[in-house]
Design a binder for this molecule. Structure first.
Ligand SMILES: O=C(O)CCC(=O)C(=O)O
Length: 326
């Protein structure tokens, strides 16, 4: 890593540790591209996001709300609620080697946009007021996840490869999409906090593929092809309730959980309801499209006319402002 890059990372890292408003040790930005003007973000916060592609807001979600999401996640994992469109994903190594009940093999649940107790997170006013700074006033939730990272069984399969979320989404423009990711307990290097490559949101969408990991990779955990592990990266250590907002081109991932506890986070991606959608053949690589297409067929029937892009439109749920245009 160059000494300039490592100095910049040190500056970023110190500000995160200080837990104060995140300052930027660079000259002012004259044109904003990734944030919109309103009274929520300070000038420093706007500049920080413009340069780095993410912004941590400390203590944004109340602990009592998080405890409710935790309880509903437990109910879902134990089969106490039936949600037809929910996607439940399991760790490739844990699921193969032993039978474990409840949440111990589950890596994430997705698509809880119609399960109100969890969707409550996506509509929290304290989250939406920040989302508006990136997406504008007309907002739809496009992707919901509760990410559960059980203790790694020694296979390192609990890692999440470095990737750009835009790879999965058909919505454009990318700059009006943002992810809100909230720590459901203290997250740190040992339990696999988020890792980001600051500034990569200014780059283009890269090709993705499954990384070649010795013990396998969880389904749909595509990583940036030819990822260079020597790039400057930052570990986002966060407390329960802290929330990071990040751009869909920001390269990020997370490490293995080397502790005995389960690390949890809840997240929602949002886009402006005026977004357009790209054509099916521009979404993902052709191999990945086949893999996801097969899941769509399995769920909806062999002769389904529903494309992957359609499934994204079906998931989208407006949380504020005008209805979607598509
Ligand atoms: O929470 C994590 O460990 C990373 C999740 C993530 O990046 C994703 O699901 O796209």
């Amino acid at each position: 890593m160059s000494s300039q890059a490592s100095h910049r990372l040190q500056v970023l890292s110190n500000h995160l540790k200080a837990g104060e408003s995140l300052q930027v040790a660079c000259s002012a930005i004259s044109e904003f591209r990734y944030t919109l003007p309103n009274s929520i973000l300070t000038q420093n916060q706007r500049e920080f996001y413009e340069r780095n592609g993410f912004l941590v807001v400390k203590g944004l979600v109340k602990p009592e709300n998080i405890d409710i999401y935790r309880e509903h996640f437990r109910r879902v994992c134990n089969g106490e609620v039936h949600l037809p469109f929910l996607t439940v994903m399991k760790d490739v190594a844990i699921a193969k080697s032993e039978f474990v009940s409840g949440e111990k093999a589950i890596t994430k649940i997705q698509d809880f946009q119609h399960y109100e107790p969890l969707f409550n997170y996506c509509a929290l006013p304290e989250i939406l007021k920040y989302v508006e700074c990136f997406c504008g006033p007309d907002i739809m939730a496009i992707h919901t996840m509760l990410i559960n990272k059980p203790p790694d069984p020694g296979t390192k399969t609990s890692r999440h490869p470095m990737h750009q979320d835009l790879n999965y989404f058909p919505f454009r423009p990318a700059d009006r999409i943002v992810c809100a990711w909230t720590a459901m307990e203290k997250v740190h290097r040992a339990n696999g906090c988020l890792v980001v490559l600051p500034g990569t949101h200014t780059e283009t969408l890269k090709q993705h593929e499954y990384p070649e990991w010795e013990n396998g990779v969880n389904k749909f955990y595509y990583g940036v092809k030819d990822y260079d592990p020597n790039q400057p990266r930052l570990h986002l250590e966060m407390e329960k309730g802290d929330t990071v907002f990040f751009h869909p081109l920001l390269i990020h991932g997370s490490g293995a959980n080397k502790t005995h506890g389960i690390r949890k986070a809840i997240s929602c991606h949002y886009a402006n309801t005026g977004s357009s959608v790209i054509a099916e053949d521009q979404l993902l690589g052709s191999q990945d499209r086949k893999e996801i297409g097969a899941i769509v067929e399995k769920r909806l029937g062999k002769d389904t006319q529903i494309s992957i892009v359609d499934t994204w439109k079906m998931r989208a749920r407006v949380v504020q402002g005008k209805e979607a245009d598509f």
